[in-house]
Ligand binder design. Structure first.
Ligand SMILES: Nc1ncnc2c1ncn2[C@@H]1O[C@H](COP(=O)(O)OP(=O)(O)OP(=O)(O)O)[C@@H](O)[C@H]1O
Length: 233
């Protein structure tokens, strides 16, 4: 479980995240929703340790990690796929995944295999000798997720993975996200600004507005009109 307790964070003294409380369980998909610029990426950077909170506490599996540097958080099992899917374009698909395997978090978790990644994303097996940069946007997104997953995270942060991706591939990525949570018991934070896309695979949600949590709850039974009122531009 990842917990944020009264976390305030931002840039050079200007507050972006405003007294945020969040609980993110393992084995579930937690959606983080909000309009552009409300602080979703800042939240991701604060969780992975690129931004130090001005106040508040971040707990991971019962430990206070607020002052831990990013590498230590990654070793402890917190993985991140940034917006814009950063992969190595000059390396092949297989080399990209192998790099992820090498970067794997603490050895206490069983070593994942290439076959596991290919089972989740079959297109990557077909494309394994192609250069990452030659893949389509949707294929690159699958590769970015596979690479992060190869590091065997217990928590995986996905920043707008469906952005600019064609609908047929969106469904594939949804399925993979749900499988990763259920079968591998990984906690997933899914950043999204489209509520339908997020709710198609999330269990819980948090809505942000101007850096603060303005609504949260279970996806089942959520009041969509109320939620949309925070997301309408
Ligand atoms: N490096 C930075 N220095 C100063 N301010 C920043 C920096 N990065 C982001 N901000 C500001 O922080 C606020 C939140 O930005 P953030 O990128 O976290 O929002 P977001 O919800 O992820 O937006 P989007 O959906 O457009 O990606 C914005 O006002 C933005 O201008």
């Amino acid at each position: 479980m990842l917990r944020l307790r009264d976390v305030t964070a931002g840039y050079d003294g200007s507050v972006v995240l405003d007294h945020v409380y969040m609980d993110v369980p393992l084995g579930r998909v937690t959606a983080v929703l909000g309009r552009n610029g409300v602080g979703k990426t800042t939240l991701m950077k604060t969780i992975i340790g690129l931004i130090r909170p001005m106040s508040g506490v971040i707990e991971w599996e019962g430990e206070d990690i607020t002052r831990w540097p990013p590498e230590r958080r990654a070793r402890a099992g917190i993985g991140y796929v940034p917006q814009g899917r950063e992969i190595f374009s000059a390396l092949t698909v297989e080399e990209n995944i192998l790099l992820g395997l090498e970067a794997q978090a603490e050895k206490v978790r069983p070593q994942p295999t290439l076959d596991e990644m290919y089972a989740l994303f079959p297109i990557l097996k077909e494309m394994r000798q192609r250069k990452g940069g030659d893949l389509s946007g949707g294929q690159q997104q699958q590769l970015a997720i596979a690479r992060a997953l190869a590091g065997r995270p217990k928590l995986l942060l996905l920043d707008e993975p469906m952005e600019g991706i064609q609908p047929s591939i969106v469904a594939l990525i949804h399925d993979a996200i749900m499988k990763i949570a259920e079968e591998k018991q990984v906690g997933i934070i899914l950043v999204e600004h489209n509520v339908e896309l997020a709710f198609a695979c999330a269990d819980h949600f948090y809505i942000f507005d101007r850096g603060a949590v303005v609504a949260k709850g279970d996806v089942d039974g959520a009041d969509l009109d109320h939620i949309q009122s925070f997301l309408a531009v």
